[in-house]
Write a protein that binds this ligand. Structure first.
Ligand code: ADP
Ligand code: MG
Length: 173
């Protein structure tokens, strides 16, 4: 295991304590799972969104490494909102099915939008003097990735990660 993952995991322990007091989960409708919405308006909110994502991922039984991947993706999306749109929201939701559980993250803002999505998805493309690896990195970290953006509507990134449930039983095939 690399040093980076180790650091991410140690950070995760501190986040775990923090998230208990700040992540208010609501159940939207029967069977729809838990939802947490975090407004992104400053640097602190980015940390909050990470913590809430880690808490839900842990509650859903994702491994420490998967939790680190999920929180890294949330960080990138929240940071993009803060940096390029000024403000927006990170919505984190769970969905529990018979054979798998999923964590869904929707990052949305009403900012200026992304002019060329294909370009923005290229490794190394940046208009903000960054590394330009945020969006392509998020795509690699998660199982599903969907992005829409326009000058009038802002940007919406929807990502998901799944965990297959292995049921133990005498008659498992
Ligand atoms: N929410 C957003 N609103 C407007 N533009 C964005 C947003 N997120 C990303 N972008 C654009 O996409 C580019 C690539 O983003 P990213 O891959 O995260 O790299 P970086 O943040 O290092 O520039 C950004 O430089 C910016 O031009
Ligand atoms: Mg970025």
């Amino acid at each position: 295991m690399s040093l980076l993952w180790l650091i991410l995991m140690v950070l995760g322990q501190t986040e775990g304590d923090l998230s208990i007091s700040i992540c208010k989960q609501t159940v939207s409708a029967p069977g729809e799972g838990k939802v947490t919405e975090v407004k992104i308006e400053n640097e602190k909110d980015i940390v909050t969104s990470r913590s809430c994502g880690r808490k839900l991922a842990a509650d859903l039984g994702f491994s420490a490494v998967e939790q680190a991947r999920i929180t890294a993706a949330i960080s990138e999306l929240a940071r993009n909102i803060y940096k390029y749109a000024g403000s927006g929201t990170i919505c984190i939701r769970s969905e529990e099915e018979e054979k798998r559980v999923g964590i869904y993250i929707i990052a949305k803002d009403n900012g200026p939008g992304i002019q060329n999505l294909q370009e923005a998805m290229l490794d190394g493309f940046t208009t903000g003097g960054g590394l330009g690896r945020g969006l392509p990195g998020v795509k690699r970290l998660m199982d599903n990735f969907d992005i829409t953006s326009s000058e009038t509507e802002g940007t919406r990134v929807e990502v998901a990660k799944y965990r297959i449930i292995h049921k133990r039983g005498l008659f498992r095939m």
